[in-house]
Design a protein around this ligand. Structure first.
Ligand code: ADP
Ligand code: MG
Length: 321
């Protein structure tokens, strides 16, 4: 069986063609050269089996998602990803698993031209921590705290598909084969909205990525910005597959409160909307207006009849009982 160093050499000692990587994997630490006119944007996320992905999820999806969730965080800041580190804890040295993991991980890394520059490999329960570092021009990063009364609330892509997949896995929902395949794809291979995030620079007043659920994540923006909002259920972007599931039995918790969508949720003043839509013409990603920022604190949901809608549980919180 291969030891730690052989595994690192075989799977993680990748050559990057990025010129800003002076020393990557293979020494005691990486040496990197950030562009002098940029700010560094840094994020880290841990994925634990049974918590962040169901036990038994295929290794390629795990590798993909471990990186995708971090690229999504950089996207929400309006940053372009450049470098990543990976700390991996494995229950055993199983090369078929590692090889599939790397397949998913590096496929996404190559697509976004990010270089793996270091990491760690340890023995224990399956978990991984990815750190991603990106660049944003000075003073152009987008924060949660900038939403203003009168701003529109917008979201990329569709909401609730990943939640539908989880409902099917937990056997709360029965889905036909095509629907299940589609939502599992959305759960296991979320598309980090990197290009969309870059398009938000100088247009969005606040942004966040939806990892815990639309309502929970919008509430982070509202609290940080010290504002409130109205959201309109009829405006929420639901995929054809989710609409089909709604025809059987509607459940607004799916688009509102289930996590793992990894779409971008952001606010923008109305004066920036046409510029935003112009930019999105060249990005393969939908954009939908779903609500409005208001000065009155709190989040108000409105149903299709214009009546107030009450949501039971807002989102996933690791330490809430
Ligand atoms: P150290 O004992 O100095 O921490 P390691 O033996 O852990 O060194 O790592 C050797 C080299 O391999 C380092 O450059 C480290 O960044 C890299 N490395 C280790 N594990 C990984 C991994 N999973 N992915 C990428 N690089 C890794
Ligand atoms: Mg080490």
């Amino acid at each position: 069986m291969a030891d730690e160093f052989e595994l690192i050499e075989r799977y993680f000692l990748t050559k990057s063609h990025r010129k800003d990587v002076i020393m990557g994997v293979g020494d005691d630490a990486a040496v990197l050269r950030p562009p002098s006119d940029m700010e560094l944007v840094v994020t880290v996320d841990t994925l634990v089996e049974g918590v962040h992905f169901p036990t038994g999820t295929d290794a390629e999806s795990i590798g993909y998602k471990a990186l995708a969730v971090n690229l999504s965080d950089l996207a929400a800041m309006g940053a372009r990803p450049a470098w990543i580190t990976l700390s991996l804890t494995l229950p055993r040295s199983e090369e078929a698993w590692l090889s599939a993991f790397c397949e998913g991980f590096f496929k996404l890394a190559r697509y976004h031209d990010v270089a793996l520059v270091g990491g760690d490999l340890t023995h224990g329960s399956l978990s991984m921590t990815v750190q991603a570092i990106g660049f944003a021009p000075r003073s152009s990063a987008i924060y949660r705290r900038g939403a203003q009364p009168g701003d529109e609330v917008l979201v990329t892509g569709y909401l609730g598909d990943a939640g539908l997949a989880l409902a099917a896995i937990r056997q709360f929902r029965e889905l036909d084969g095509e629907s299940l395949a589609y939502c599992l794809g959305r759960l296991n291979r979320p598309t980090p909205r990197v290009e969309a995030g870059l398009a938000l620079r100088n247009c969005a007043s606040a942004a966040i990525d939806i990892s815990d659920g639309l309502v929970a994540d919008l509430e982070h923006v509202l609290r940080a910005s010290d504002v409130g909002a109205s959201l309109y259920l009829a405006s929420l972007p639901l995929s054809p597959i989710l609409q089909k599931a709604f025809a059987v039995s509607p459940d607004w918790r799916l688009p509102l409160a289930s996590g793992d969508d990894y779409e971008l949720l952001f606010t923008a003043p109305q004066s920036k909307l046409s510029q935003l839509y112009d930019r999105f013409v060249f990005i393969d990603c939908m954009l939908t207006r779903i609500g409005r920022i208001e000065s009155k604190a709190g989040l108000r949901l409105w149903d299709e009849e214009g009546d107030a809608y009450h949501l039971e549980q807002a989102g996933y919180n690791h330490f809430r009982l």
